[in-house]
Ligand binder design. Structure first.
Ligand code: AMP
Length: 424
């Protein structure tokens, strides 16, 4: 089968690496891809916002499955358009992708189906929103309803901060994403990323993972897309996994099926593990980045039949197998990220770093210039390692990081800290 993967980040490099290892794949294409993905797939310069162009490419290259990495094309309905043209695609429909595209939509489903989540209210004007905040007090969480590239959530420590966030959103600071605002209760606990592979009615949990959202060590500095991750997440015990499936994931699938938009693809639940059990923070409708990088290292099964079975509604008797080993990834980012940063700076030492035992390097934002590798984004490299424990995976990943010469980059030095402390 020929496969087309859409996207250009570390998540897509990890998916391409795993799919390229499948004996079922004849040709693997990636649009637009990056310098690392080019080692696994044929990169093509397709504008993925132009669905007609993607469809034409699929017909010309006899693509048997399209795998969509990021959320934007999913929310724009690329799966609907591909399927309507007779091309199989892995991922949710536009309607089902509203689980990520509209926080209010997801919260209303939770309320209607008793899915544990933070108490909330939806607002379309600032004054009632501010009244709600004054009534409930701080800390409190203000969220733009729509897609805001990770910038749409303000965890406010004070009422004044929450009011500023409301003004910023309603004044258009996040564009159309902030035209509606969700305000919700602040939840206390430990966060975990939970992934389920879904076929419309059946869901299979993937391995658990935890990421590190803040830019600097000890969870300091601004929020980012994610500076590192590890798997498994000790907080996700078998009991927590079971409860997450029965209390959160399965009722969501039933709700969407009842609405006539069955959910197919990866359902990524951001969880808060509270003293009362797992609660939903938010849904994403695709693989997480950088969690996917560690999940792909731990996945023993061929991923391609799993993706096809999800698309075909055939997960009922399906099983995924995982290595018991732990995996960890350190994100190397351009200095200045998540603010302004330089592009085009040179990275050396990647092949030396890749020789460290257990290490796999995925490219998140790179570009080739002849034999040179240049940074081409904020998050640039994912230095991943697998080991018998998180401690070992962490040691190997940082040994590889130390072989990379990139004066214009930085990384956190404490990825996996919580698990390492637990392992003692
Ligand atoms: P989100 O983009 O919705 O995942 O939110 C980004 C981050 O904000 C989460 O990873 C949490 O750390 C935090 N957050 C979001 N909602 C809540 C909440 N209701 N209570 C506590 N923290 C939250």
């Amino acid at each position: 089968m020929n496969i087309l993967l859409l996207g250009s980040g570390g998540r897509e490099h990890a998916l391409a690496w795993k799919m390229a290892a499948s004996p079922l794949v004849d040709r693997l294409f990636c649009a637009p891809g990056n310098a690392g993905i080019a080692q696994e797939a044929e990169c093509v310069a397709l504008d993925t916002a132009n669905h007609d162009a993607v469809i034409a490419f699929c017909k010309e290259h006899k693509i048997g499955l399209v795998v969509v990495g990021p959320e934007a094309p999913l929310c724009a309905g690329i799966v609907d358009d591909l399927e309507a043209a007779g091309i199989k695609a892995f991922g949710p429909s536009r309607e089902a992708a509203r689980l990520e595209g509209s926080k209010g939509f997801t919260k209303d489903i939770c309320r209607a189906h008793n899915i544990p989540t933070a108490a909330y209210e939806r607002f379309t004007t600032p004054e009632p929103a501010k009244n709600y905040i004054r009534k409930h007090g701080a800390p409190i969480v203000v969220k733009a309803d729509g897609l805001a590239a990770g910038k749409g959530v303000v965890v406010a420590e004070s009422i004044a901060e929450a009011e500023d966030a409301i003004d910023m959103m309603f004044e258009g600071g996040l564009g159309a994403a902030g035209a509606e605002v969700v305000i919700e209760e602040f939840m206390q606990g430990e966060e975990a990323s939970f992934f389920a592979l879904c076929d419309g009615t059946t869901a299979i949990p993937l391995a658990s993972a935890q990421d590190h959202k803040r830019a600097f060590d000890n969870d300091q500095g601004p929020n980012t897309g994610g500076m590192g991750a590890y798997s498994p997440a000790p907080v996700m015990t078998p009991e927590m996994t079971r409860r997450t499936m029965t209390e959160i994931i399965e009722p969501t699938l039933r709700a969407l099926a009842a609405m006539g938009s069955p959910y197919k693809g990866i359902l990524f639940a951001g969880l808060m593990i509270t003293k009362d059990g797992p609660k939903l923070i938010e849904y994403n409708v695709r693989f997480g980045d950088p969690e996917t990088q560690v999940l792909m290292l731990r996945l023993m099964s061929d991923i391609v039949p799993a993706l096809v079975a999800a698309r075909d509604g055939m997960l009922k008797s399906f099983d995924l197998r995982w290595y018991d080993d732990a995996a960890l990834t350190v994100v190397m980012a351009a200095k200045g990220y998540p603010g302004d940063y330089k592009k085009g700076t040179e990275i050396d030492g990647l092949s030396e770093a890749g020789k460290v035992e257990g290490v796999q390097i995925f490219h998140a934002g790179t570009k080739a210039d002849g034999s040179r590798i240049l940074a081409n984004g904020g998050r640039v490299l994912n230095v991943c390692a697998i080991g018998r424990s998180v401690v070992e995976a962490q040691r190997q990943a940082y040994a590889a990081v130390d072989r990379i010469h990139w004066p214009d980059g930085f990384c956190r030095r404490d990825i996996g800290r919580r698990a390492v402390e637990r392992e003692g």
